[in-house]
Design a protein around this ligand. Structure first.
Ligand code: SF4
Length: 422
C-alpha cells in the first residue's frame, strides 16, 4: 500500500502487520491497520478508523519502544517494557500492560500521569484538528476515506462504541482470562453464561449473579451484533472469549453451539490472523464434571481452547479466609484433573490461578507447592500457574520475592496475573 505525504504527516492506509502473535522483545503490530506518522508519534487506527495505538518516535519512547493501546471497550493500556527480563519473568510477555484503572499496584499504575502519556494524548488531539482542516476533495480515495473515518470516531463516538459493545454482551467484561495475553487481549467477547457458582467473598470481579446459561437465540443474537460492531476490523480477530466466569459449566451443547456459530458468523476462517483461539473460565466443579465427550468436542474444534480455573489455594484455612465455599480436597482433585487433561488433549490447555498477598496463613504457599511441585515428577511446559495478587498486597518487594521463590520451585510455568477488563 502507498504512503501519502500531507505536510508533516505520513499516511499509510491498510498497512500489513504480522499474521501471528509472537513473543518478541520489540513492538510488533498485528493484522491490518492504518498508520499516520508525525515527527514525534506513530498513530495506528483500526480499519473502522478508531484510534488503536499511540507510540512515541522520539525521546524516551524511542529507546524503550513502549506504546499506548485502546481496547474495543474504550480503555487505554500502557504497554511498558519494564526491563525486558523483569517483564518476561513475571508475566511471560516482553511488555507489561499497565492500566488506567486500578487492579493491583504491582506494575505501572500511575503511568497515565506521566509527561509522555499526557503529551501523547495532546498529540492525538492536535492530529485530529490537523486532519479536520484538510480539504479531502482532491485526495486519493484511500486517504480521503481514512481521514473521514478517523474524524467520525471522535471521543464521544469512541465512548459510545465502548458502551455499545457492553450492551451487546450484557455488560462489561470485568476480567479476561490471563491466557488472553497470548493474543495481546485481542478477543471478541461472547456471553454464553452469566454469573458463577460460588460468589466467593474475596472476589473483586464477580457479577454477584447465580450461574445461568444463555439461550441459543441470545448467543446468535450477540454474534450477529458483534459482527456488525467490529465491521471492517473483524478480519483482525481470530480469537473469542466465552464469558462470563464459568463458561465451561455451560455444558457440551451450549459450548459446541457457541463455538461453531462463532467460527461461522464471525468469519474466523477469513481472519488475517492465524491459529484461532477460544478462551474461557472454568471452575473446580466444571473441570471435575468435564467428561470425555465434552473434552473430545473441545479438542476437535477449529480453535485451540485455553481454559482458566480459579483454584485460589490448596489450604483449608486460606479457603475459609477467602470465603471460597470449597474443600481443599476438591481443589486437589480439580488440580489433578487439569493436569490429566493437559497431558491427554493436545488442543486444550488448562491454566490455574492461586492467590498471593499479605495476611494469608503460612500454610497457603506450601499448599500450592504441594500441588505444583510435589505431585509432579518433573517440569511440564503446559498448564500455566498464575498467582493473582489480592487487594492487600502488602510490600511489593516482599510479594515479588515470594513469587520468585515460588517460580523457582514450581514444576509448571508460573506468572503473575494482571487483571484486564474489556
Ligand atoms: S473467584 Fe470465580 S467463582 Fe469465585 S466469585 Fe469470583 S468469579 Fe465467582
Amino acid at each position: 500500500m502507498n504512503t501519502y505525504h500531507l505536510s508533516d504527516l505520513e499516511i499509510e492506509p491498510e498497512k500489513k502487520g504480522s499474521d501471528r502473535y509472537i513473543k518478541i522483545s520489540y513492538p510488533l503490530r498485528y493484522g491490518r491497520f492504518n498508520e499516520i506518522r508525525t515527527r514525534e508519534h506513530i498513530f495506528r487506527f483500526t480499519l473502522n478508523g478508531e484510534i488503536k495505538t499511540i507510540q512515541g518516535s522520539s525521546g524516551g519512547w524511542l529507546e524503550t519502544a513502549e506504546w499506548l493501546k485502546r481496547t474495543a471497550g474504550n480503555d487505554w493500556a500502557y504497554f511498558s517494557a519494564g526491563g525486558y527480563n523483569g517483564a518476561y519473568n513475571y508475566t511471560g510477555e516482553y511488555y507489561i500492560p499497565c492500566l488506567d484503572y486500578q487492579t493491583n499496584t504491582i506494575f505501572g499504575y500511575g503511568k497515565f500521569e506521566s509527561m509522555e502519556v499526557r503529551n501523547a494524548f495532546d498529540a492525538w488531539r492536535s492530529l485530529r484538528q490537523k486532519l479536520d482542516g484538510i480539504d479531502t476533495g482532491d485526495l486519493p480515495e484511500p486517504v480521503a476515506s481514512l481521514i473521514d473515518r478517523i474524524l467520525r470516531m471522535n471521543s464521544k463516538n469512541l465512548e459510545k462504541r465502548g458502551k455499545e459493545l457492553h450492551d451487546i454482551i450484557g455488560g462489561p467484561v470485568s476480567v479476561l482470562p490471563p491466557d488472553t495475553r497470548h493474543v495481546e487481549y485481542d478477543v471478541i467477547p461472547v456471553t454464553i453464561a452469566d454469573g458463577c457458582l460460588y460468589n466467593c467473598g474475596f472476589c473483586r470481579v464477580k457479577s454477584g449473579m447465580g450461574f445461568k446459561t444463555r439461550t441459543r437465540e441470545s448467543i446468535t443474537g450477540q454474534l450477529h451484533a458483534l459482527k456488525r460492531f467490529y465491521g471492517r476490523d473483524l478480519i483482525n480477530y481470530h480469537s473469542v472469549f466465552f464469558g462470563q466466569h464459568d463458561a465451561l459449566f455451560a455444558g457440551i451443547d451450549t459450548i459446541a453451539y457457541a463455538a461453531e456459530k462463532s467460527f461461522e458468523i464471525l468469519d474466523i476462517e477469513k481472519s488475517i490472523m492465524k491459529e484461532p483461539r477460544l478462551f474461557m473460565f472454568g471452575s473446580v466443579d466444571s473441570v471435575l464434571r468435564a467428561d470425555t465427550p465434552l473434552l473430545d468436542m473441545l479438542n476437535n474444534l477449529p480453535f485451540f481452547t485455553a481454559i482458566n480455573i480459579g483454584l485460589e489455594s490448596g489450604d483449608p484455612n486460606t479457603l475459609a479466609l477467602l470465603k471460597k465455599p470449597l474443600s481443599a480436597q476438591k481443589i486437589q482433585s480439580a488440580f489433578s484433573r487439569l493436569i490429566e487433561i493437559n497431558r491427554n488433549f493436545s488442543n486444550i490447555e488448562i491454566s490455574a490461578n492461586f492467590v498471593i498477598g499479605d495476611g494469608l496463613p503460612d500454610t497457603h504457599l506450601p499448599s500450592i507447592l504441594s500441588l505444583t511441585r510435589s505431585q509432579l515428577d518433573h517440569f511440564y511446559p503446559k498448564g500455566d500457574i498464575y498467582l493473582s495478587p489480592l487487594e492487600d498486597i502488602g510490600s511489593k518487594e516482599r510479594l515479588l520475592a515470594g513469587f520468585n521463590a515460588f517460580k523457582t520451585l514450581c514444576r509448571l510455568p508460573a506468572y503473575l496475573y494482571l487483571i484486564q477488563r474489556l
